[in-house]
Structure formats: structure tokens, C-alpha cells
Design a protein around this ligand. Structure first.
Ligand code: FES
Length: 82
């Protein structure tokens, strides 16, 4: 890869849904560092906990009514996760 080439990955927090990961240079690994096969790109990661295909989203969030509509707020980047 050209060292001047910049690759960007984006993780989009979907309203009431998954994390949408977009980027050709993204590797998803488990706790042992073993890579997952990425079925397609972009791909969605479960954040509701209900998927039967974790870590990927399988659409369960819609059926269970997963509520997560928080949006990024200017200044919130300095606050720790809760
Ligand atoms: S976020 Fe889609 S199944 Fe959990």
C-alpha cells in the first residue's frame, strides 16, 4: 500500500439498531485475535444483544424494539462510556 494512501473506516451508530461498519481495510477479530469472515461490506454489528449470529446483526433489534436513539452531542467525546 502506498504510505501516502489514507484509508478510512467509518462506524455508523444506527438509530435503534446496529453499528454499520464501512471500510475495505477493516478486520474484525475475536478475543483471541482470530479474524471473522466478513460476508459483505459494509457490515452490521449487533449492539442490542439479541442477534443469533453475533457479532453480526441479524435484524432481531427490529423485532424486539431495541431503543437506542442517542445522537452524538458536541462535547460528549470527552465523557467516559457508561
Ligand atoms: S443490533 Fe441488530 S440484531 Fe442486534
Amino acid at each position: 500500500m502506498d504510505p501516502q494512501e489514507i484509508t478510512v473506516a467509518t462506524i455508523k451508530v444506527r438509530q435503534n439498531g446496529s453499528y454499520l461498519v464501512d471500510g475495505d481495510d477493516v478486520t474484525l477479530v475475536d478475543w483471541n485475535g482470530a479474524p471473522y469472515q466478513i460476508p459483505k461490506r459494509p457490515f452490521a454489528l449487533c449492539r442490542c444483544g439479541g442477534s443469533t449470529n453475533k457479532p453480526f446483526c441479524d435484524g432481531t433489534h427490529s423485532r424486539i424494539g431495541f431503543p437506542a436513539a442517542e445522537a452524538a452531542v458536541k462535547g460528549s467525546e470527552d465523557k467516559p462510556a457508561t
